[in-house]
Design a protein around this ligand. Structure first.
Ligand code: ADP
Length: 562
């Protein structure tokens, strides 16, 4: 028997329509590429999004067609999110930090009809245009006064498009399962692959992530996504903020500690989201200048493991509650969030901290399991690591145009490529990406755990641990670290820091100090680059491992065997 309830499709334009109706005077503030701070309201954003919708339709953009963006977090990008999806087309956010070859591949693979770009990407677009003949026009996201002097076929200015249109447009009825947005994974191996979100998955993800145990957003919040709108839709914040009527602050291209801090203070930011590397810059700036936040109180950190030492600094020194989140492009991206339960009020502070440091428990709408190399399900005992699989309403079933074939495991589970433990309360702890796991003497060593220990050393600013071939143990960990300016920390002192902090046989065999570590287009440590760079690294003649591992191995838990 059917329930007697209205069947109104979940759709992206409904979010901005709701914000206009119920939070019409709430502000959207942007640091523009042209310079000044721009501010307007959800009502005005909605009006302009409808004008842009008309402009897109005038250019014959059809349902399901892709429209590319190469843009920072700003109000015009925000309008594009709504107008493109709102007419039933697909907003394709392109990560400008990718290599030129990958960018050309992505634009052509997506078959983008138009590409909208911020002025900072004019040179990039000039190089890209000859390689992307399918793009009918390149739209500079600016006004006529700032029109770039670029040699581009069919160059148009965003404000000129809008100026020609009325805002008397009604969003059409859309099938909630139809596509609304497209985002390519960075393709650490092989070509990038497109993840195609639907209106339904996007709205459900936005709804759930606003909950107190996730982003904790409401109409009193002021949210500043540091994570770019070209990286998994800024983790859904441009959808979640209008859904609850939170004030939205968009930082543009200025992601350094000083510019961000100014915006946090000037706009009264209460909530944020970003990868660990951006917080490094922010913390350095605050410490160097003796600054504190006046309004900022919580953030979600994810995209790569947030080192416990960073969480502690933010909480204890700056009063910011950090929620550790985990997910991937294929999971929209938020799948888990690390927030305590009521019963944890009774446990010791040290244990509470340990729980918060895990990647968290699944949101409603996401299911999770771990399996061994043969696909057998492993217990959720918090100690045995396995391959993490997920299933849920905002998890991908495959990639755009069928790239990679049938990716789901039996039962419709998505294999994440991550390795982790799950405890009886369902808190996930990621120990590695499967390709980064260090296999030593048939056992697994977690590079993330070793990086966290190195990072907790007061003189280390960043650290990466990779597995390199070893004649006796298959692989052994090499620690590559960046020292604080002026530090004279040496190899032995840093290795001594691991004593008592991890199993002896996990302690890296060698340390290399570098001035900086390579990062991927999404701000993560590029371990592939490091593995290539240190491929010929020579282990010290006599390593502590060779001497100690034999007896230490006797302590190894047998259930850690791969
Ligand atoms: P890519 O890095 O390939 O561009 P994603 O941004 O989708 O793609 O990255 C997803 C991956 O990032 C996850 O599979 C996981 O390995 C890693 N990741 C995300 N959040 C965390 C976290 N909190 N802790 C550890 N790893 C994380």
């Amino acid at each position: 028997m059917d329930g007697l309830m209205m069947r109104i499709p979940l759709s992206v334009p409904e979010l901005i329509r709701h914000a206009d109706r119920c939070h019409g005077d709430t502000e959207v503030v942007s640091r523009t590429i042209e310079g000044p701070i721009h501010r307007y309201t959800y009502r005005e954003a909605h009006r302009r999004a409808r004008r842009l919708a008309r402009a897109l339709l005038r250019r014959k953009v059809g349902r399901g067609e892709r429209i590319g963006t190469l843009a920072w977090n700003g109000y015009r990008h925000f309008e594009l999110y709504y107008s493109v999806s709102g007419i039933g087309a697909v907003v394709h956010t392109i990560n400008p930090r990718l290599f030129a070859d990958q960018l050309a591949y992505i634009v052509n693979h997506a078959d983008d009809q138009l590409v909208f770009f911020d002025l900072s990407f004019t040179t990039l677009v000039e190089k890209l245009a000859p390689r992307c003949p399918g793009v009918a026009a390149w739209v500079a996201m600016t006004d006529a006064a700032h029109r770039p002097a670029a040699t581009l076929p069919n160059l148009v200015c965003y404000e000129d498009l809008l100026a020609a249109e009325d805002d008397d447009y009604e969003w059409p009825d859309l099938d909630e399962t139809s596509a609304c947005a497209l985002c390519y994974t960075s393709g650490t191996t092989g070509n990038p692959r497109g993840v195609l979100y639907s209106h339904r998955s996007t709205v459900l993800h936005a709804l759930t992530t606003c909950l107190p145990d996730v982003l904790n957003l409401g109409a009193q919040s002021v949210v500043l996504p540091i994570v770019p709108m070209f990286h998994v839709n800024a983790w859904g914040l441009p959808y979640a903020a209008p859904l609850v009527g939170a004030k939205l602050v968009l930082p543009g291209a200025a992601l350094d500690g000083k510019s961000l801090y100014a915006l946090f203070e000037d706009e009264g930011v209460t909530h944020s989201a970003g990868v660990p590397t951006v917080w490094l810059g922010m913390i350095d700036y605050l410490k160097a200048n003796g600054l504190r936040f006046s309004t900022f109180r919580e953030t979600i950190i994810g995209g790569s493991a947030c080192p416990p030492a960073m969480m502690r600094t933010l909480r204890e020194d700056f009063g910011v509650d950090v929620k550790h989140g985990w997910g991937m492009t294929e999971t929209s991206p938020i799948a888990t969030a690390g927030v305590l339960k009521r019963k944890h009020a009774k446990v010791a502070e040290v244990d509470r901290t340990a729980i918060r440091e895990k990647q968290g428990r699944p949101l409603f709408g996401v299911e999770m399991k771990i399996v061994d190399a043969d696909g057998r399900e492993l217990p959720h005992d918090g100690t045995r690591p396995g391959n993490v699989l997920v299933r849920g309403s905002w998890v991908a079933t495959g990639y755009f145009r069928g790239e990679g074939g049938d990716v789901l495991a039996s039962g419709g589970w998505f294999p994440t490529g991550d390795v982790g433990t799950v405890d009886p309360d369902q808190y996930l702890q990621i120990t590695d990406r499967s390709k980064d796991v260090i296999k030593s003497g048939g056992e697994w060593i977690s590079s993330i755990e070793l990086e966290n220990i190195a990072f907790s050393h007061p003189e280390v600013t960043e650290a990466a641990v990779i597995g390199l071939p070893h004649p006796k143990w298959d692989e052994r960990p090499l620690l590559i670290a960046v020292r604080k300016a002026g530090s004279t920390l040496d190899r032995n002192a840093l290795l001594a820091w691991f004593d008592g902090r991890t199993a002896r046989w996990w302690i890296p065999d060698d340390v290399v100090f570098v001035d900086e570590l390579p990062h991927t287009a999404t701000g993560k440590l590029s371990k592939r680059t490091l593995r290539e760079r240190f491929r010929d690294h020579r282990w010290p003649a006599s390593t502590r491992t060779a001497e100690e591992a034999a007896d230490a191995r006797a302590d190894q838990p047998r259930d850690m065997r791969a």
